[in-house]
Design a protein around this ligand. Structure first.
Ligand SMILES: [Zn+2]
Ligand SMILES: [Zn+2]
Length: 290
């Protein structure tokens, strides 16, 4: 008997071959997985391609950027699945199937010099699950690192009136003392992002004014590491960009964005040689491939 998904012989008492069976059988959403694999099977290479990048997927390694996983086409549990690379699955995050290529295209245009239009993506599925990252409103108690006896009245970051006996204003101190032990790289990142004319902080990657109050907003201000794991390379970035950048470095991120944009415009196949995935540490996020 043939495998239900590919032309190989099925295992005895199974409808799947030895390759396809571990990807589908006894797994959650097995019928949806099988439907996705059938659609994304490429007979020419006798393998599966990522629906979003057309990359040939690795079915042996479980944790590489090009390992096979399944992606909810619409970021909802009820959605049908697409076969995907872990890379595309992580980058797509809560973007819809139309929003993902749109985001790629406009990020590539922005990288080539065009202003990023913040209204181009609707983010209709964004943050349906609560987001962990949120700078809490702080109490009146001062942190030792901000206390000053001198009569300082201007925030060290934005020059607006500071919090009593603090070197930071109420807005900036929330972000300075949120997360990690060393706050100085965060102060540096905030200073770099501060834009006095707009009285706000700009996203390092898009130049768009960031939201400071609503953690569910895709433009909410987060800290991104330009080099994953290196605190000294922190910059302010919109939460959706932070999600999309996954564990890529800044250079790798733009290389992937440019190559994805090229592939989406010209067709063919994503050239995996554009990036080495030096910091890769992601597993499949939306549907476990294991
Ligand atoms: Zn098969
Ligand atoms: Zn301030």
């Amino acid at each position: 008997m043939k495998c239900d998904i590919c032309p190989h012989d099925a295992i005895l008492r199974s409808i799947y071959c030895p390759r396809c069976r571990p990807l589908v059988a006894t797994k959650a959403e097995s019928k949806k997985r099988a439907a996705a694999l059938i659609q994304d099977y490429d007979g020419q290479i006798d393998g599966f391609r990522c629906r979003w990048t057309k990359l040939v997927l690795d079915t042996n390694d479980r944790y590489g950027p090009l390992s096979l996983c399944f992606d909810h086409i619409i970021p909802r549990k009820s959605s049908a699945l697409a076969t995907s690379s872990i890379l595309a699955n992580s980058m797509k995050s809560d973007l819809g199937p139309e929003e993902f290529p749109l985001a790629i295209k406009h990020l590539a245009l922005h990288h080539a010099g065009q202003p990023f239009d913040r209204d181009i993506i609707g983010f209709i599925y964004w943050a349906e699950q609560p987001i962990r990252l949120a700078a809490p409103l702080l109490g009146r108690a001062l942190f030792p690192a901000e206390r000053t006896s001198a009569a300082i009245s201007k925030c060290d970051i934005c020059s607006e009136p500071s919090f009593p006996h603090s070197i930071y204003c109420p807005r900036c101190r929330r972000f300075v003392f949120w997360g990690g032990h060393d706050h100085l790289p965060r102060v540096k990142a905030l200073k770099m992002a501060w834009w006095p004319e707009l009285r706000g902080f700009l996203c390092y990657y898009t130049g768009v004014l960031l939201n400071l109050m609503d953690p569910r907003n895709p433009w909410y201000m987060t800290y991104d590491h330009r080099i994953p794991g290196n605190d000294r390379t922190q910059v302010m970035a919109a939460s959706w960009i932070n999600s999309m950048k996954t564990s890529l470095s800044e250079t790798e991120f733009w290389a992937v964005i440019k190559e994805l944009a090229r592939y989406l415009a010209e067709g063919g196949e994503f050239n995996r040689k554009v990036v080495r995935f030096k910091y890769w540490n992601r597993a499949c996020s939306s549907t476990s491939a294991t």
